[in-house]
Structure formats: C-alpha cells, structure tokens
Design a protein around this ligand. Structure first.
Ligand SMILES: Cc1cc2nc3c(=O)[nH]c(=O)nc-3n(C[C@H](O)[C@H](O)[C@H](O)COP(=O)(O)O)c2cc1C
Length: 192
C-alpha cells in the first residue's frame, strides 16, 4: 500500500473481531516494529508489556475508557472487544523527551497494525492505579499509554472539518466512524 494510503487508513479502531484473536507472535511483531524507531539520545527507555487474549486482557479492558465523545455508545460491546493490549511503560522520573519516543512508538504500532488489517486504539484514559497493579509494572516505571488491539471490525474514514468547526468524531447510520481533520492550508502556517 502507498504510504499515504496507509496513514489514511490508520484511523483509531474501537470495534474488533473478537472471535479472531491476535497471538503473542502478532504482539511481538508489532513491538519489534516499535523497537526500531527513533529515540531521543537513542536512550530507548520505553518498555512494553504484551497482553494476549485471556483473563488479563479482559480485566485490562474493564479498566480502560473508549470513545468519550460517543456518549450513547458505551462500547466496545461483547463480541467487538480488543483481543490484545500493549502497555507502553516509561521511567517515572523520565526525561521530558521520553514522551516523544512514546508517541513515535505508538504511531508505529498503529501503522504496523493497519498494514496487517488489524486495528489499534491508543488509550490514555484508564485506571492509572489498577492497571499497573494488574500488569505488575516494575518499580520506577509508569504506564504512559495502553494500546487496544485486534482484527479491525469497523469502517473508519477521514472527513473534512464541518462548517461549525467541530473536531468531534461521529458515526453515520451505517456505523461508519468519521474523523474530521483540519486541511493542510490551516496547519501549515508559513512557507519560506
Ligand atoms: C495520546 C492519545 C490518547 C488517547 N486516548 C484515548 C482514550 O483514552 N480512549 C479512546 O477511545 N481514544 C483515545 N485516543 C484516540 C483519539 O480519540 C483519536 O486519535 C482521535 O479521535 C482521532 O482519531 P484518529 O486516531 O482516527 O485520527 C487517544 C489518542 C492519543 C494520540
């Protein structure tokens, strides 16, 4: 796939084929993609906890919050839940630059997942006390983000920003998830 098409397709995914679980080998492949990404000072301070299908995955799911903007949804519902997670850990007293490494790693995993027909949701809204306990995060490290993963089940599409300027994502009658993005001319503020 052309790279720009891959980027377009790599929309956040929140509904999955729960009956087609990812495997630990799939999670290792995704994390190996993140392993090779740029890192400030090449310090490579990120660590990852891989959660395949099973009880820990179900417990972790219950500690995460999805699609705050879709007030009436309350999903993902049974049958469409993620089948795996990757937790991204950073040092508790980490240098400021580690947050950039985190973003680069997460987006790389999201692109890699999309390239294989899988979906990914980067999640910051989770129980920041219970999740490290559940996963046994090592002393001195905190979980920055968790990535919900699975075979993608929902259609997602980019949209222009509507006239009222709202940047909220929405679902249409067919259940397609639309994500407005600002146009290039708005985000490029100068050209020399
Ligand atoms: C740092 C970060 C944290 C996010 N946290 C959540 C979250 O807690 N729950 C959720 O459903 N989506 C979360 N998202 C997904 C965003 O809602 C999503 O990226 C945004 O709606 C734009 O959609 P797109 O990824 O398809 O472009 C997060 C994304 C990022 C980058």
């Amino acid at each position: 796939m052309d790279f720009k098409e891959l980027v377009k397709a790599a929309r956040t995914c929140r509904r999955f084929e729960e009956n087609q679980p990812l495997t630990m080998a799939d999670l290792e492949w995704l994390t190996d993609c993140a392993r090779m990404t740029p890192s400030a000072r090449n310090a490579q301070e990120l660590r990852f906890i891989l959660v395949g299908p099973g009880e820990t995955c179900r417990k972790l799911f219950s500690l995460t919050r999805w699609a705050g903007a879709l007030k009436d949804w309350g999903g993902p519902h049974p049958g469409e839940r993620p089948t795996a997670f990757i937790a991204v850990l950073v040092p508790e007293n980490g240098k400021e630059l580690v947050c950039y490494d985190t973003g680069i790693a997460c987006q790389t995993i999201q692109l890699a997942a999309t390239s294989r027909g899988w979906g990914c949701c980067i999640i910051q809204v989770f129980d920041h006390k219970a999740v490290p306990e559940l996963l046994g995060a090592p002393d001195g490290m905190k979980i920055a983000l968790v990535l919900g993963l699975g075979v993608a089940r929902e259609k997602r599409a980019l949209a222009p920003v509507p006239a009222d300027g709202s940047l909220s994502y929405w679902r249409d009658e067919e259940g397609v998830h639309h994500v407005p993005k600002r146009p290039l001319n708005e985000i490029v503020i100068k050209r020399f």
